[in-house]
Design a protein around this ligand. Structure first.
Ligand code: IMP
Ligand code: MG
Length: 178
């Protein structure tokens, strides 16, 4: 099934899980005694969230937001973002940590940060598994980064290509003519 799709594995499962554990430790240390709310951006962030939360040792809540970006091609986000499903919780006065799969141009996170900041959280920070610094168009503050990666289109561990392959337990690079 992966022949013709996967060029090579960029981050294997062991490396991924080790880093997620480190991020969980860092978040736990930073949010000790704080009313922490993890906000997962669907759908791409879901694999990362479920592993990360199990590595976080301080009490916290989780909530979800679903967004879509318009007008882009299959491997490019447009930055025109629409909220498909909003949070259930009121985040005013709470310590919010946005959990994202990948920051590419930065447009999606920039939009989300503006939208959430308007609701007056106590703090609002970003934890992204992957970061493509060379693709940045909008400068966004990233507080926790799992891995900086090169300018390749990646899939697996929540990230999709044409809505599929989110289930892969590793991060792989899409074959160029796949
Ligand atoms: P940005 O708005 O350009 O930063 O793009 C962020 C969104 O685009 C991510 O949340 C992903 O859904 C998608 N995206 C960007 N790069 C990739 C990739 O390499 N693989 C899969 N999805 C990606
Ligand atoms: Mg996404």
């Amino acid at each position: 099934m992966l022949e013709g799709i996967l060029d090579h594995i960029l981050i294997d499962e062991t490396t991924l899980q080790r880093r997620v554990a480190e991020l969980g430790q860092a978040v736990s240390a930073d949010y000790q005694g704080k009313d922490l709310m993890l906000v997962c951006v669907l759908k791409g962030g879901v694999a990362f969230l479920t592993d990360l939360m199990r590595r976080i040792t301080v009490p916290h809540e989780i909530d979800f937001m679903a967004i879509s970006s318009y007008g882009g091609q299959r491997t490019e986000s447009s930055g025109v973002v629409r909220i498909l499903m909003d949070l259930h919780a009121d985040i005013a006065g709470r310590h919010v940590l946005l959990v994202e799969d990948i920051v590419d141009s930065g447009r999606t996170i920039d939009y989300l940060l503006r939208a959430l900041q308007a609701r007056n959280p106590a703090t609002l920070r970003v934890c992204t598994l992957l970061n493509k610094p060379c693709r940045r168009v909008v400068d966004v503050p990233l507080d926790y980064i799992g891995f900086d990666i090169p300018d390749d289109f990646v899939l697996g561990y929540g990230l999709d290509y044409d809505e599929k392959h989110r289930n892969l337990p590793f991060i792989g690079v899409l074959k160029q003519d796949g």
